[in-house]
Design a protein around this ligand. Structure first.
Ligand SMILES: [Fe+2]
Length: 283
């Protein structure tokens, strides 16, 4: 058994190191069903309280390295308008965004979160829950397991992720607001469904679901096909999350534009691997 993993994850309740145990088989089938129906599954109190404190501390020690960005952005995370598109195309709708990341390349060698992300136990467990194999850790050196920081007044508008699968680990909850909202399966490979995406962005609530995460909870999420947002942070306490990500393509990284806008810098790998997406969807 991986001893350090046992000090991070509640393995008594969730023995992810033993995929043949009946407890984990039951959990996997519950998560699989939720992911199929809702694009999203939640495992309560996945992280042990002591490890949660360690993660909180490691982030707070490096808050001055967090890249905060404030700009207007569309659901595909671009800030530039394309006037050749029809006015109603959601690519032409820009929303206020104020959000920050501690990039993965800033993490210390011994980081608790980095260690958890790099365990094969977590990767194999997530793959089973998704019913997708193989999945890979994201090759993007900045985005693969970034901490997300939302300060008071922070807001993350409606968007799609550029990686297929995201874990969200709630580290610190704000006093009010910061609610995760999502629209399951609104787009699929080869089908952007611009009409429904535009409707949601314009305020239609019919497809919108809400999720209330508590510190220590783990959410598994298909963020590339599910439009989602985080509502404005109210009160003085910032919202901290960690968002380790998994992908179908072990080679691909964020586009240079994306990396610059969201993570504040572009590395040679972003230029070298800047290729068209195989699922035909916009980033
Ligand atoms: Fe996202």
């Amino acid at each position: 058994m991986n001893e350090r993993l046992g000090s991070i994850v509640d393995l008594e309740k969730y023995p992810i190191h033993d995929l043949d145990s009946s407890a984990i088989k039951d959990l996997i089938s519950r998560c699989k069903e939720e992911l199929n129906n809702n694009s999203c599954a939640v495992i309560k109190n996945f992280i042990l309280p002591k490890s949660l404190m360690t993660m909180n501390k490691e982030l707070e020690c490096q808050l001055d390295e967090v890249y905060m960005s404030k700009e207007k952005i569309n659901a595909y995370l671009y800030a530039k308008d394309d006037p050749s598109l029809p006015k109603e195309n959601p690519k032409r709708i820009f929303m206020e965004r104020f959000n920050g990341y501690l990039n993965s390349d800033c993490f210390s060698e011994n980081s608790e979160m980095k260690f958890l992300y790099e365990t094969d136990e977590l990767l194999k467990f997530v793959s089973k829950c998704l019913g997708v194999s193989p999945i890979y850790r994201w090759a993007d050196p900045l985005a693969r397991h970034a901490y997300n920081v939302m300060e008071p007044e922070g807001i993350l508008p409606w968007h799609f992720d550029s990686c297929e699968f995201t874990l969200s680990l709630m580290i610190q909850k704000p006093e009010k607001g910061g609610i995760f909202e999502y629209c399951p399966n609104i787009r699929s490979p080869g089908n952007e469904n611009f009409e429904d995406v535009a409707k949601v962005i314009s305020g239609d609530r019919e497809r919108v679901k809400q999720l209330d995460l508590e510190p220590g909870d783990l959410q598994i999420f298909k963020g590339r096909f599910t439009l989602h947002r985080v509502t404005k942070i109210e009160g003085q306490k910032p919202r901290y999350m960690c968002i380790p990500a998994y992908v179908l393509d072990p080679y691909r990284v964020n586009t240079p534009e994306h990396s610059k806008a969201i993570y504040g810098k572009v590395l040679p790998i972003h230029y070298e691997r800047n290729e068209k997406r195989s699922d035909g969807l916009a980033d």
